[in-house]
Design a protein around this ligand. Sequence first.
Ligand SMILES: [Zn+2]
Length: 572
Amino acid sequence: MGVGVRTMVRRIARLTFFVLAALVLFVTGLPPAVPAQVTLEDVVFRSLEITAELRPVPYREICERVPGTPPGTPPACRITSFGSVKGRTVAQLQVTSPTPVSTVRMFIEPDYSLKTSSTPPMTPRRDGSYWVLVFNPALAPGTTVSLTFEYEGKTWPVYEDFIWVSAGDLYPIVVSPFGDFYSPNRSFIKTTVTAPIGYILASSGRMTRQESGGVQTFQWESTEPVASISVVGGKTYTLAERKAGDLSLTLLLRPRSDRFADQIADFTLKSAQYYSRLLYPFPFDHLTVLSAPFGRGVLGVGYPGLMMITEDAFTGGQSGDLSRDSFRLLTIAHEAAHTYFPHQTSGRGVAAAWMSEGFAEYLGLMTVEVVLGKQAFRKELDEDRAWYASVAGRDRPVAAYTFINSGTADAAAVRYAKGAFILHMLRFVVGDETFQKILQTYATRFRNQSVRVDDFAQVSSEVAGRDLNWFFQEWIHDIVLPDYTIAEVSSVPAEGAFRLTAKVRNLGSGVMPVDVLFELDNGERVVQRIDVGSRTEVSVIVTAPRPARRVEADPEKWLLQSNYTNDAATVR
Ligand SMILES: [Zn+2]
């Protein structure tokens, strides 16, 4: 699509602001909300039955040179064609609040025309970009309401060559009084979509498809309650099927974008198989991966059993080093992990965004480690280290970023990069085996539930057999950043051996265990783990058969630090 793709990407990038793999598109930049129901979880959609007609159009835009700009400046473009959606959603809404609920806040594309009705009856009222459904009398706890929404209007992108409709434009969603609407609630979703003949569409769940009267009807049914779904596809796609063990995979490929299709299929299946071993069997026996015209703005988007991956990953068109295998695998494994987090276990409250992106990123890194080895893992981990370093010092605690204020580039670095490192550091603190057991216990125990950070912290402490609240306090609720340095070293003969001493200082903040490595003159390594509080110094003394030639704090660089250049000292 040439310029069109770039415009689309700019628009996607503006909507999501995500630098790395995005999870959801819908609504950033909406006006602040006025309290309605008390929390997002006062009401839950137990099921959604979506029927929609998609009316795609050719993509069109007008590009004009901006007067007064220097030659070579890209023209300003605006989209002039919009496809549309005509839909009807029947939702079963249940009151989960312990007290009566009189108002329910909803979001659907504000430009749509909308008709709502319900049993028992309610009065809908427009509130900025939202709809507030007012029930009088208030709904008693436990009540189930059947709501019907009929809507129609233009949305984006619904084009011949790329369609992506989801929560907010394919169907309405519940929004919290604070504007959070990546709902922690999961529903059984049945989706029926009609589209012109010739389109290939994909969504989550089991699919059936029929053609009649010049249109085709797709139907998907989720076998698991899920947090959200989307319908994606277009006219120019071709299908390729793959299989590995019990898992089958469909690739939706764009023209001339199949260079890495086999590798992407292989990586996707390996990711799902790894998660099946690490957590619990992959919730879908069928996966779909669609090559999406995201350009440089977005790398991927993960829905339950359905992933969109940038077309550049399929063509190898990513610039320079980004076309490396480990980066491609990380992108895919990250999106595949979203099938678990947040679609099976959704975060809520503070750090909800971390519980989705931080987990997806670190599970993605773990997949790279298992599939491509330690070195590839370290390469990708170091990219996240550098990404967080680019914002460290001006960032806020992980807990401070909610869905409302997590759209900035700084917030993305915290949610993804620092988010992944928090799990990496937890792994360091408790050890590999315990860490894996924590992940498995957490994922299994809280499958099909919404959880808070405290739930994860509690499982961590329980599985590790010790209180780890200090860890989550430091890394989620506070801002800490250690900086270990070796202040003094000595290596002296003592009783037929050598007494090696190192003074380790933490010039930064936070209390973490840190490994101290004594490298002996024959290359042997002696490692001692210590705790060094903020602005304090700890002496480590070990007895070794040979003198030391070098001492290094955090030799494997497990920890986030503000400065890695002062970690080592040579013994003179
Ligand atoms: Zn993600």
